[in-house]
Design a protein around this ligand. Structure first.
Ligand SMILES: [Zn+2]
Length: 388
């Protein structure tokens, strides 16, 4: 890895550092470091910002990223777009979220994203972007920057997302699957900061899993690694959106939970849900969470049974991969302790003792920001020159 890449990453992750600190951390001879810094100052990526605090002897000059560096981070979900503009250290300087229907197709969605970015630019938050990182809710060919047969993204199959945004904004672009992007975010600045072997489970409308092995995202041959929502948990189960039967997602996830909650409301099995349905017309996962918290037995049981299904699949993955942490994120992580407790109990009961002896299963620390943090990180890796 080049000195430039390693230095930019250090300044991104640790903030301004003195020449002496950089020399220690990079373990390169001082003359070589100084000529590298001079070169980077001339390309406008770093600044020398006056003397650092003395460590005794001559005071060393402080080096920092150019405060004008900007990345765009985009987390595109099935029904929402979250966008952040960050500085070179990935701190947000502007943010925007809105409802976007991924089914309206790539032209409409990407046009809207470009419009939002242009508005943020006109507000003065950036003039040029170093790079854009974007996560999309489906399998992605990371190399080609295109979605590949994404089941919930009609019209997006092999659509040139990377090249379209690169042309529109004049900067390099990196495209990845949304769950991979969340995994990267959580690993870089969330609960999994010190973890190299990680499973990040996103429980949203559906269920997906980011797989990080030896500190790197494992994407698989076709970019589909971690698509655990379509692992079969029962042979003759309900039909799944993928066309098979008995998939994990056909049992649990936002779509399945709303289906089961609505049935429980209509049948009168849950008076609390029936009352809500009568008032609002449509139930959401939040209704189930709130009724469960208020003691509704049916809602408690819906979450418990769902958690057990997820735990059942995770126990298998733990035996297979032996991760050192599992992080639960996504919209349904709002079901909280009840869901987590159930997942934990099944995983700890069923996995090999070897794999669970010291295996934390925890909630995401970044919550709904995990995606944009990971997208910004990917953008910075691209701009700072990470070797592929
Ligand atoms: Zn399926």
């Amino acid at each position: 890895m080049s000195i430039e890449y390693r230095m930019l990453c250090l300044l991104r992750d640790l903030g301004p550092l003195s020449r002496a600190q950089l020399s220690d951390k990079l373990a390169v001879p001082r003359p070589r470091l100084l000529s590298e810094i001079d070169r980077m100052v001339s390309t406008g990526r770093v600044l020398e910002a006056g003397p650092a605090a003395s460590r005794g002897g001559r005071r060393s000059t402080l080096v920092q990223l150019d405060p004008g560096l900007r990345f765009a981070a985009i987390d595109l979900g099935a029904s929402s777009a979250d966008i952040e503009i960050t500085d070179g250290g990935l701190e947000p300087v502007a943010a925007h979220s809105e409802a976007v229907d991924i089914r309206s197709g790539p032209t409409a969605v990407l046009d809207r994203i470009s419009e939002i970015l242009h508005t943020i630019r006109e507000q003065g938050h950036y003039s040029t972007l170093e790079a854009i990182g974007i996560g999309v809710p489906g399998p992605v060919s990371f190399r080609d920057g295109v979605p590949v047969s994404p089941p919930i993204m009609p019209g997006w199959d092999r659509y040139p997302v990377r090249d379209t945004l690169a042309r529109a904004h004049g900067c390099p672009v990196v495209v990845d699957n949304d769950v991979n992007v969340m995994t990267l975010g959580e690993q870089h600045s969330g609960v999994a900061r010190t973890i190299d072997d990680l499973l990040f489970v996103k429980i949203g409308s559906g269920i997906g899993c980011g797989v990080q092995v030896h500190g790197r995202i494992f994407r698989g041959a076709e970019g589909c690694a971690g698509d655990i929502g379509h692992i079969q948990v029962e042979e003759d189960g309900p039909i799944c959106s993928c066309g098979n039967s008995g998939c994990l997602e056909a049992y649990f996830g936002g779509v399945a939970l709303v289906r089961d909650a609505t049935a429980a409301a209509r049948s009168g099995e849950s008076p609390a849900l029936a009352e809500r349905l009568a008032v609002v017309g449509v139930l959401t996962a939040r209704d189930v969470a709130e009724c469960a918290a208020a003691g509704d037995n049916t809602c408690v049981s819906l979450i418990r049974v769902g958690g057990r299904r997820v735990g059942q699949v995770l126990a298998t993955l733990v035996s297979f991969m032996n991760p050192s942490m599992i992080v639960i994120g996504g919209g349904l992580s709002g079901l909280g302790h009840l869901l987590l407790a159930e997942i934990r109990s099944v995983v700890y009961q069923r996995s090999l003792p070897l794999a669970t002896g010291n295996l934390p299963i925890v909630m995401s620390e970044l919550g709904s920001r995990a995606g944009v943090v990971g997208a910004a990180l990917l953008a910075s890796e691209l701009a700072y020159g990470r070797p592929s």
